[in-house]
Design a protein around this ligand. Structure first.
Ligand SMILES: [Mn+2]
Length: 197
């Protein structure tokens, strides 16, 4: 039986990254912020990993950003708290104007040569490109845009990554699975030239 890998996995992975590299820059592609304090009353959920990681000192608060954000806010403090936890935002509505090259530039500007952890929630894509996910939101990236931006990660100090929230039970004609597998392929290609020290 398929079981989707949800965004809770980012927290233990970031603990491992920080143990090895120190606090890392996080580039987070997602429709949602995932920096809420609790989600349905629970502290460890797929809506809270980056707040817990920031609180635990696993991430470099001067080098993190979200890309593709467009989901709902639950309180008027959400965006302010997200900033305090270390994140800048490239919202989905700016993606057309920025283009893949512009987004890559914003990422490079923010993370510099810090070790980078890349986290891709497949719901950053529009439901047209990734219907098989638990919390779809209209108005997302195309898979072409995402893959083009990921192509630029070969120039960054990428140390780890995840691709999460693919839910085969909601997928049609493997649309989401195809997008996710190509996403992983781009990420592996970006990691390939790395020389381990
Ligand atoms: Mn997420």
């Amino acid at each position: 039986m398929y079981k989707r890998q949800n965004h809770t996995i980012a927290l233990p992975l970031l603990r491992a990254m920080a143990a090895r590299h120190g606090p890392v820059a996080v580039v987070h592609f997602d429709a949602h912020l995932d920096t809420w304090d609790t989600y349905f009353g629970a502290a460890h959920t797929h809506g809270t990993p980056f707040r817990r990681a920031s609180e635990e000192g696993l991430i470099d608060r001067s080098g993190c950003l979200h890309v593709g954000t467009r989901g709902p806010l639950y309180s008027n403090r959400d965006l302010a708290e997200d900033r305090e936890l270390g994140f800048h935002v490239v919202p989905s509505v700016e993606i057309d104007d920025l283009g893949a090259r512009g987004i890559a530039g914003r990422i490079r500007e923010r993370v510099g040569d810090r070790p980078v952890y890349l986290s891709v929630d497949i719901d950053v894509l529009d439901p047209a490109f990734a219907p098989g996910t638990g919390t779809p939101e209209a108005g997302g990236m195309t898979s072409r845009e995402l893959l083009a931006v990921l192509r630029s990660f070969g120039e960054l100090n990428l140390v780890g990554a995840d691709v999460v929230e693919v839910s085969p039970a909601y997928d049609h004609a493997e649309i989401t699975g195809i997008a996710a597998s190509h996403t992983v392929y781009e990420i592996l290609s970006a990691l390939a030239p790395r020389k381990e020290s």
